[in-house]
Design a protein around this ligand. Sequence first.
Ligand code: SF4
Length: 345
Amino acid sequence: MSDLETRQQAFARLFPDLPAYRQRQAAAAVFNVEWGSWTDVSPLPEAVRATAASEIPWITHNDHLIQESADKEAYKAALKLADGSGIETVLMRNRRGHWTVCVSSQVGCAMKCTFCATGTLGLKRNLNADEIVDQYRFWRRLMHQENMAGQITNIVFMGMGEPLANYEAVREALQQLLEHTDIGPTRITVSTVGLIPVLNQLLDDPEWPPVRLAVSLHSADQRTRERLMPTTYDVFLTDLAAWAERYLKQFKSRRRHLTFEYLMLAGVNDDADHAERLIEFAKPLGKVKINLIPYNATDAAYAGSPPDQVKRFAGWLTKAGLDVTRRRSLGQDIDAACGQLANKQ
Ligand code: SF4
């Protein structure tokens, strides 16, 4: 957990005698897109506004750099945090003409997935809840200021970092987003490499919000997954299947469906044998979705599967009765696509 003080902690420290409703007003205020500083928050007493303005940063980053894809369907922002750390966040137009925000949960990442640019950075530190929600606030404010059409309807935790390795801050960020935005839990997805103890913990945690989960599977073949994701231990796939069964039993509703992400890598995990392994893994679980993701070349030693092969692979899975979706890839020209966030600025 980051030891950085959050806005709410700072507010409580500075104004210990204020009633609880003032705390709630302050927590909600930062999500009001019309307001750009504490001095704008008219419901708070003037003296409180003035102290807050000098003591509590309104937003956790102090500089940003935005890149825009040529088709204007994706934007990437590099945000500079108070301690000088850099993170990246992405805004993408989705199929319905609305927008999805992809947030980072850590500065760097310790998971070392071999296809991922962020993995090469190592872990610098966890983000706190404010630093996570402020990525959403950044885009919301920018869209408001620029009069951009459409709304932010979805948030995905698929940027830099492994969200479940920063459990408390991610949970708090989810709670804030659900409380202070109109984005519902089925429109928020937390993506993980599959940290089994934490996945079990969240099933037992009444405070964990009912958001969607996506587990990055990328291969149902032990050797191949070990090569792609060093977090894979010798009985990982067995443990993951057992956890998925538990999840599906606990949340029978379709709204809480479980997704397995599958990055399509040429000659690595995209042939008929790998499709067979995946079918053997996922079919017995029942209601799961397989999301095939086109791979965007980074400096790593992999290439994305050609579109024809992705189509063939999807066909094998569909024929076996699996629920398969294929993700569009956006923002490749600005390195904003999955696995490309590496702070090149
Ligand atoms: S894919 Fe995700 S979990 Fe793996 S190294 Fe990259 S950021 Fe970390």
